[in-house]
Design a binder for this molecule. Structure first.
Ligand SMILES: Nc1ncnc2c1ncn2[C@@H]1O[C@H](COP(=O)(O)OP(=O)(O)OP(=O)(O)O)[C@@H](O)[C@H]1O
Ligand SMILES: [Mg+2]
Length: 333
């Protein structure tokens, strides 16, 4: 779309105020034409306020003029985020019951893919109990315009959206009835400006509630990751999640056993606190690979509380990322 590499690099060096990503990364550049010593840049106006457009107009003109020596003119055309977004893979993280570590797995996966250099976005679809912002220490309020919402960025620069970033105070309970939740989730799909992403990870609410159904319907999901812990009734609960994925004709990309064991370095031993791990067994039930067995690790809990989950790294997380990429048929970076 942009023939001239110099101009593309210039446009990619500009940050869109409020989004802190470039118009190229946000996929806002519709066309660039150069003739008669004039460069005409057409940008989509999705989620941009008048003020942001003004500032962008100025910075684009300056940047383009600097690399071409020609005058530049910027035009905005009306567009909705859903027309602009270009997301290569969308993966949802689910479980049959609450509190097993879905949000943790979403967070660890996002951080790992980001470390590998991919463009990653996080959508917290647990509208009444969002926990991704806290895990990532994100508190900024998203900006936006009539036409859409700009997600906020995590410390490593991943765009994120969650309901508690949009409401007045994040300790307010969100008590909504089904149709409203349904509408809000669909709005997250249509109105959030993600731009170009390699991966959008969706943290689902627990269980198989309506909100999960809506996400499955409203997003082009490549597949789901099912999280469980090695406890009683786990098979029944995992089956519930698997049945739902099947009903919605979504692929199960893999299963993750969380709180699988506690590693005691002094003994160089893995203690299976909740009974023997059932990862392999569940992978068989799911007919999908076992992506990881995550240990109980006090550092994880500490980092979650401190909003710094992005800095947790271990071979388990590296493997988790590698195995997911391989399940998606992507050769790992
Ligand atoms: N492997 C682990 N080691 C240590 N702490 C963990 C581990 N897994 C989860 N936790 C702790 O448990 C908390 C709950 O996990 P998490 O929020 O990921 O569960 P969830 O399945 O998303 O819950 P919900 O169903 O409420 O959405 C985390 O904030 C973290 O502090
Ligand atoms: Mg959660």
């Amino acid at each position: 779309m942009i023939d001239d590499k110099k101009i593309e690099r210039a446009l990619d060096s500009i940050l869109v105020p409020g989004a802190n990503r470039s118009p190229v990364q946000l996929n806002l550049v519709k066309s660039v034409e150069r003739n008669d010593r004039l460069v005409r840049v057409v940008l989509a106006d999705a989620a941009l306020t008048g003020e942001v457009k003004q500032s962008l107009d100025e910075s684009v003109r300056v940047a383009v003029a600097a690399v071409t020596g020609d005058d530049a003119r910027v035009e905005f055309v009306a567009a909705k985020p859903e027309e602009v977004n270009e997301i290569r893979h969308t993966v949802a993280v689910m479980s049959g019951k609450g509190g097993v570590g879905k949000s943790l797995v979403t967070g660890l996966l996002a951080a790992e893919l980001r470390r590998r250099g991919y463009g990653v976005g996080i959508l917290d679809a647990d509208l009444t109990g969002s926990s991704m912002p806290k895990m990532f220490g994100v508190e900024d309020r998203p900006l936006g315009s009539e036409s859409g919402i700009l997600p906020v960025l995590t410390r490593s620069g991943m765009p994120m959206i969650a309901m508690n970033l949009l409401i007045e105070r994040d300790d307010q309970p969100v008590i909504w009835r089904g149709p409203l939740i349904d509408k809000a989730i669909r709005q997250f799909g249509q109105e959030v400006l993600w731009g170009k992403l390699d991966y959008l990870l969706i943290d689902l609410p627990p269980g198989t509630a309506d909100a999960v159904l809506t996400v499955m319907q409203a997003f082009p999901i490549d597949g789901v990751v099912v999280v469980f812990t090695p406890q009683d009734l786990v098979e029944m609960i995992v089956r519930k999640a698997l049945n739902m994925a099947e009903m919605m004709q979504k692929r199960v990309l893999g299963v993750v056993e969380n709180m699988s064991y506690l590693y005691v370095p002094e003994l160089d031993k893995k203690l299976e606190l909740f009974g023997p791990g059932r990862g392999e067994e569940m992978a068989k039930v799911a007919n999908a690979p076992l992506l990881a067995q995550i240990p109980v690790d006090p550092t994880i809990a500490k980092l979650c509380d401190a909003g710094d989950i992005e800095s947790y790294d271990s071979h388990v997380v590296t493997d988790l990322g590698e195995n997911l990429l391989s399940a998606l048929g992507v050769s790992a970076r």
